[in-house]
Design a protein around this ligand. Structure first.
Ligand code: BTN
Length: 324
């Protein structure tokens, strides 16, 4: 069932709308409006129906506005070739990966109010209720191949953290290789996927999932400790402004990263390293080991002091857990 976006756009203001006025605006009958309203429960949206007043979406909805996102980009807008804002997609990463196969070399961004098959790291899925959080992807060409991407996911986490600090967020941390934390709980994650050659030109799709205002019912299903910006800032930031700020910071970061790599970002990343000097468990595709987290080197490689010596941890199918 696809999302009734036109209806939701009308209801987004959180005010009462009569079935008749909605039907008129959408060019459908009152009973068709009623039917669509019944379907909204499946989208975890709270619709109130009051006789004589009509329908209202409790709390309203903060829908993404393409113009506001673009306005928030400032000078960085010149770097972006395209911006796609969708009501619903399977995955914003998948959308840009497909685009990159057909039109390599573009810098494109894509956001969706809802992903039906959102992807997380290590083959997991990423669930986010309709219009609650941020599901954003950015596609960027690299001429020097995947070998030049060391430290990319760390730098992306740092760029996201900087944009959130700009909105007043404090207490942020970065968990190698790509989680954004606040108060030790997960605020967002990064998934990087690549199309192209290992040693030649490639296109990188950077996917970011950021918790903005997670409905408690949806959050109850998340296995790990999580938080959202509403909790952190005391109010949910406007999602389009947030998206513009995050994208602007990402574009600026990528312009420098493609010239200089991770090294210039090493000190700032280390300052936010959430596991500094902590006991950690390193989960490998097969097996695990424990040690003390010693931060990252200038290429973004993780360093763990294990019983048998200093081990270097390369991102990929590796995950880090606190062992304390
Ligand atoms: C993680 O596992 O922590 C990474 C999650 C990344 C989720 C984002 S949401 C936007 C983009 N599209 C996807 O399908 N996944 C990423």
């Amino acid at each position: 069932m696809s999302v009734p976006y036109a209806l939701l756009n009308r209801l987004a203001d959180g005010k009462f709308h009569s079935g008749e006025s909605l039907g008129c605006a959408l060019g459908i009958s009152r009973s068709a409006v009623w039917k669509q309203m019944q379907g909204l429960a499946a989208w975890q949206l709270d619709v109130q129906s009051v006789k004589g007043r009509g329908y209202r979406l409790v709390g309203g909805l903060d829908l993404l506005q393409r113009d506001t996102i673009l306005a928030g980009l400032g000078d960085a807008a010149a770097k972006l070739d395209s911006l796609h804002v969708a009501a619903e997609l399977d995955s914003t990463n998948r959308y840009l990966l497909d685009e990159a196969r057909v039109h390599p070399g573009r810098v494109s961004a894509c956001l969706a109010e809802f992903q039906s098959a959102g992807r997380g790291r290590r083959g997991r899925s990423w669930h986010s209720p309709f219009a609650a959080n941020l599901c954003l992807s950015l596609s960027w060409p690299f001429s020097e191949g995947a070998g030049a991407l060391s430290g990319l996911s760390l730098g992306i986490g740092l760029a996201v953290a900087r944009s959130l600090q700009g909105l007043g967020a404090v207490g942020l941390g970065l968990k190698w290789p790509n989680d954004i934390l606040a108060g030790g709980a997960k605020l967002g994650g990064v998934l990087i996927e690549v199309v192209g050659e290992a040693g030649g030109p490639c296109q990188v799709v950077i996917g970011i999932g950021l918790n903005v205002a997670m409905p408690p019912t949806a959050g109850a299903g998340i296995e790990q400790a999580w938080t959202d910006l509403r909790r952190l800032l005391g109010r949910a930031p406007e999602r389009s402004r947030l998206a513009g700020a995050v994208l602007a910071e990402l574009l600026q970061f990528l312009l420098r990263f493609e010239r200089e790599g991770f090294a210039p970002f090493h000190a700032d990343w280390s300052a936010l390293d959430a596991y500094k000097e902590q006991a950690v468990r390193v989960l490998l595709p097969r097996g695990e080991y424990t040690g003390r987290w010693c931060g990252v080197d200038v290429d973004g490689i993780g360093l763990v002091q294990a019983e048998d010596g200093l081990r270097r941890v390369v991102a990929g199918d590796v995950s880090l857990r606190s062992a304390s």
